[in-house]
Design a protein around this ligand. Structure first.
Ligand code: 8X3
Length: 249
């Protein structure tokens, strides 16, 4: 039975990935900042698989290290790491940007991915196997107006996926970069600081991806034979052709 650790497992793509992995019979380390939500997910997944919870903020290096170090022996041989935690804060001209928003995005989307990976890569290297899945975005491949710092954080994820693939190549570790386009989750609600109307308008007039659509693809990527690595995937809803081109009714 494989062990997978998923960050940001309490909602959205992380939660859907946990559900997809549970259906594959994996044992799951569910990580997030909201313990009540992690408990709900653990209960929903039931007895079909083993789960353990780690409550920490990926952007807090000490918290990351002590959470991973606290894993009991039987949970330490992590086969799959899904670096999913991350958010957007604000959408507006860079000259009007709030430095607190910039810090929050860079800390969770970039440093957080690095801190968690740093804690888990040594074990994968020692075992000479493992799979790291990084959640990037179309925003990491195309900078769009007002996206500035969020796009920069996801461009960093793209570069880190490539860098990890290169540096971990000698150890037989797979690195998969997943770049979704428009996925309806709490993403826009967080980006627009709880403005529900603005968040919903992002997905109006077309059928966006669901978190489960993306989780299906992640499940596919992690179930390929040992000699197959899905390196890089851009996933759009059918109505989307680029970061800014969407066919709306
Ligand atoms: C989420 C997709 O297009 O809002 O990363 O940047 S987008």
């Amino acid at each position: 039975m494989k062990i997978a650790l998923i960050t940001g497992a309490s909602s959205g793509i992380g939660k859907a990935t946990a559900e997809a992995f549970a259906a594959l019979g994996m044992n799951l380390i569910l990580c997030g900042r909201r313990l009540d939500r992690l408990h709900d997910l653990q209960q929903a997944l039931g007895e079909q698989i083993n789960t353990t919870l780690l409550c920490f903020d990926v952007g807090d290096r000490e918290a990351v290290n002590s959470a991973i170090a606290s894993l009991p022996q039987e949970w330490q041989a992590i086969d799959i790491l899904v670096n999913n935690a991350g958010n957007a804060h604000g959408l507006g001209p860079v000259q009007d940007g709030d430095p607190d928003d910039w810090d929050a995005m860079m800390t969770s989307n970039v440093q957080g991915l690095l801190y968690v990976s740093k804690a888990i890569m040594p074990g994968m290297i020692a075992r000479q196997r493992g799979h790291i899945v990084n959640l990037s975005s179309v925003a990491g491949k195309q900078t769009y107006p007002n996206g500035n710092v969020y796009c920069a954080s996801k461009a960093a994820v793209e570069a880190l996926s490539e860098g990890m693939r290169l540096d971990l190549n000698p150890f037989g570790i797979k690195v998969t970069n997943i770049a979704p386009g428009a996925v309806e989750t709490e993403f826009s609600l967080v980006r627009f600081k709880g403005d529900d109307r603005r968040a919903r308008s992002v997905y109006q007039g077309f059928t966006p991806l669901t978190a489960h659509d993306v989780a299906d693809v992640i499940a596919f990527a992690v179930t390929r034979p040992a000699h197959v690595m899905i390196a890089d995937l851009l996933i759009f809803p059918t109505a989307q052709a680029s970061a800014m081109v969407l066919k709306r009714e």
